[in-house]
Design a binder for this molecule. Structure first.
Ligand code: ZN
Ligand code: ZN
Length: 419
């Protein structure tokens, strides 16, 4: 019996891991420059957490979650996204209670959604997120948006566009929902069953429908952005102004609603136009009500999340040359079994000096071991045989320069360090 990874999942092979390290290093660097702290939260949570925060009427909760009961009958779900867990953590540990500065957090890890797999969309996928918790000021929105923008710039993802919108606050949304319902009810029977149900409970979610007929119908719907209250409008103007100060280019797109219930005011997406249907690299928004809704103190917050697969796919499309991970630096080649003890000691000396080194197979010929160095981009080979053991002088070959020296065994490490 030969097994395969489950549908919608994949293995990251050793020759591909450098791509992941490349982007992860940039995320670490940028978040650290802005003083964000990494946190790690569970991969599964109570099912109810996602129902309440992401929203019962969303595609994610209705169709895409991996849910299960544990042996005690608790209803759990693999996390479909990260913000719900972050908000739960902040509420649970009362993290925002005494700090004046906003709490700056980031995370990375696998998320799970049962959707139709296609290029750039998987059932287990990796996401990172950045969350600024405790500030209601537009500068916090702009900071989050700028971090995502800078990460994509630094990673050299070509032709990224940033689109922003405001989805209003609970007060102005109530007004808007009345307008939207009126519009939807005009052609009520033409929408799909999901949309007809969502019209009643949560009309904004009709915008997420992927059905072509529904998408055509909703094109002329009134836009949230035209109905936002003065407070929301003032906030949105502030975000735009701050983004201009930060020299982050953006366009306003009133169609950005994000498929999650917890967003308030700012919503945004980073997009590219060369990935087909999967054109969004990520996005986010403000979620001023979520932490309180999950039992915490009233705490305004704003965050972003992005999929690592799509960033990597964008770079592959542009034929970007990913920097290689550190290669093996030294191959220690024992000539005959008598040299094995000395070769092991030599390797250990390299490791003490933080130089990567392994021992070659002593049953292969020196020639084939040296060929291996060439093939694998190894910088040095150290040859140890009977003569070397007797004289205490080891043969050091500089593979790239094709040079060879005899070096006292005590000085081999410093010789290679200084070459
Ligand atoms: Zn409002
Ligand atoms: Zn529909």
């Amino acid at each position: 019996m030969k097994y395969q990874a489950p549908r919608g999942t994949y293995d990251i092979l050793p020759e591909d891991i450098q791509k992941w390290h490349y982007i992860e290093n940039i995320i670490r660097k940028l978040t650290s420059l802005y003083n964000y702290y990494e946190v790690r939260v569970p991969i599964f949570e109570q099912l109810d957490l996602f129902k309440r925060s992401v929203g019962e009427d969303t595609d994610i909760v209705e169709k895409e979650m991996y849910t299960f009961k544990d042996k005690k009958g608790r209803e759990l779900a693999l996390r479909p996204e990260g913000t719900a867990s972050i908000a739960r953590m902040v509420a649970e540990h009362n993290l925002q209670s005494s700090k004046k500065e906003p709490l700056r957090l980031w995370y990375e890890g696998p998320m799970f959604r049962y959707s139709r797999p296609q290029k750039g969309r998987y059932r287990q996928f990796y996401q990172f997120g950045v969350e600024c918790i405790g500030s209601s000021k537009p500068i916090a929105d702009a900071e989050i948006i700028a971090i995502g923008w800078q990460i994509l710039q630094e990673a050299k993802v070509p032709d990224v566009s940033l689109e922003i919108n405001s989805v209003g606050c609970p007060e102005c949304r109530e007004q808007y929902n009345i307008l939207l319902k009126e519009f939807l009810y005009k052609d009520k029977d033409k929408y799909c069953a999901d949309c007809r149900r969502r019209m009643e409970q949560n009309p904004l979610r009709v915008f997420d429908c992927k059905n072509n007929t529904c998408r055509q119908l909703i094109k002329n719907a009134p836009r949230m952005l035209d109905s936002i209250c003065d407070k929301c409008s003032e906030h949105f103007e502030g975000v735009k102004k701050n983004l201009e100060m930060m020299k982050v280019p953006f366009t306003v797109n009133p169609e950005i609603v994000r498929g999650l219930d917890y967003y308030t005011k700012t919503a945004f997406e980073y997009k590219v136009n060369y990935l087909g249907a999967q054109d969004a690299l990520g996005g986010g928004g403000r979620y001023d009500g979520l932490i309180e809704y999950l039992g915490g103190k009233q705490t305004p917050a704003v965050g972003l999340s992005m999929g690592l697969e799509r960033i990597i796919l964008s770079l592959e499309k542009s034929e970007f040359l990913f920097p290689e991970d550190n290669n093996l630096k030294v191959l220690v080649i024992p000539i005959g079994t008598a040299a094995l003890q000395a070769s092991i000691e030599m390797m250990q000396e390299f490791h003490k000096a933080d130089i990567s080194a392994i021992i070659a197979d002593e049953s292969s010929s020196v020639g084939s071991n040296l060929k291996l160095c060439d093939k694998n981009n190894v910088s040095f080979a150290v040859l140890i045989g009977d003569n070397e053991l007797k004289s205490g002088l080891y043969v050091v070959k500089d593979i790239k320069k094709k040079a060879q020296s005899e070096i006292k065994k005590e000085e081999v490490v410093s010789f290679i360090k200084n070459t």
